[in-house]
Design a protein around this ligand. Structure first.
Ligand code: NAP
Length: 243
């Protein structure tokens, strides 16, 4: 029986990479997006043209009622949500002293409260089925912190503690919760980096490379599958070996 994965922020970047790989591996995928409707439809078309099953749903993960509607849509469309990948996220660059209250609230609403909203919406069914997997995309900055990305780092650190705490809460119900902490991955989020910035970032990794969305997708696929059935409350760092 095919499983269903709901992937937030899957119109572009890492989320789109996760949707493509999961579909290739036989999952039905729900591609969540907020602003990039055309890109989300293109990911859906690509998956279907390769024989996979996919649908799209537009909502802001920061909006509780939109998230509940999205989970309802996933259940009506494909029966159940077996795997939730909380990938949607926004960056915020700047000094703490230059950060407005509105910016701080928005990044926290999307990166942290979004993870809470989707988890809360899928959990009742997962608990009654006594199975389910939640994978949260954090960041190496959630572990180390990054200068001029303090609010972003704080939200990503909070996603890690949220995941660890939730793994304890729902483990007895057969649900696993893990995090992936990506390093620098080639997506729109990093499009403002210059070639010189990228060269410097590469040099800071053991593998002398920037990662691709497929690198994060491969880790997510592992965490979603039975090969990871005894792994919960963990953070897998996928960063090319930051030195
Ligand atoms: P990206 O290319 O900027 O894509 C972000 C995705 O999130 C888009 O699909 C976007 O959808 C979606 N999104 C943003 N706000 C949303 C909202 N309020 N509701 C629903 N969807 C929303 O970013 P990325 O690099 O793929 O990042 C994906 C995740 O990995 C993020 O959580 C990011 O923090 C994390 N990460 C990235 C890196 C990196 O180097 N790229 C490193 C560490 C961690 P729309 O365009 O449709 O709005």
């Amino acid at each position: 029986m095919k499983k269903t994965a709901l992937i937030t922020g899957a119109s572009r970047g890492i989320g789109a990479g996760i949707a493509r790989l999961f579909a290739k591996e036989g999952y039905r995928v729900v591609i969540n997006y907020y602003k990039s409707g055309d890109a989300a439809e293109a990911v859906k078309r690509e998956i279907i043209s390769e024989g996979g099953e996919a649908d799209v749903f537009c909502c802001d993960v920061a909006d509780c009622s939109g998230v509940e509607q999205m989970v309802g849509f996933a259940k009506r469309r494909f029966g159940a949500v077996d795997v939730l990948v909380n990938n949607a996220g926004v960056a915020l660059f700047g000094l703490v002293t230059d950060t407005t209250e509105e910016e701080r609230r928005r990044v926290t609403d999307v990166n942290l409260h979004g993870v809470f909203n989707t988890s809360k919406a899928v959990l009742p069914d997962m608990v009654s089925r006594k199975s389910g997997v939640i994978i949260n995309i954090s960041s190496i900055f959630g572990l180390s912190g990054a200068s001029c990305e303090t609010v972003y780092s704080a939200t990503k650190g909070a996603v890690i503690s949220f995941s660890k705490a939730l793994s304890r809460e729902v483990g007895p119900s057969g649900i696993r919760v893990n995090c992936i902490a990506p390093g620098v991955i080639s997506t729109d989020m990093n499009k403002s980096l210059t070639p010189a910035d990228l060269a410097e970032l590469k040099e800071r990794t053991s593998l002398n490379a920037v990662g691709e969305p497929c690198d994060i997708a491969a880790a997510a696929l592992f965490l979603a599958g039975d090969g990871a059935k005894y792994i919960t409350g963990q953070v897998i760092t996928v960063d090319g070996g930051i030195i």
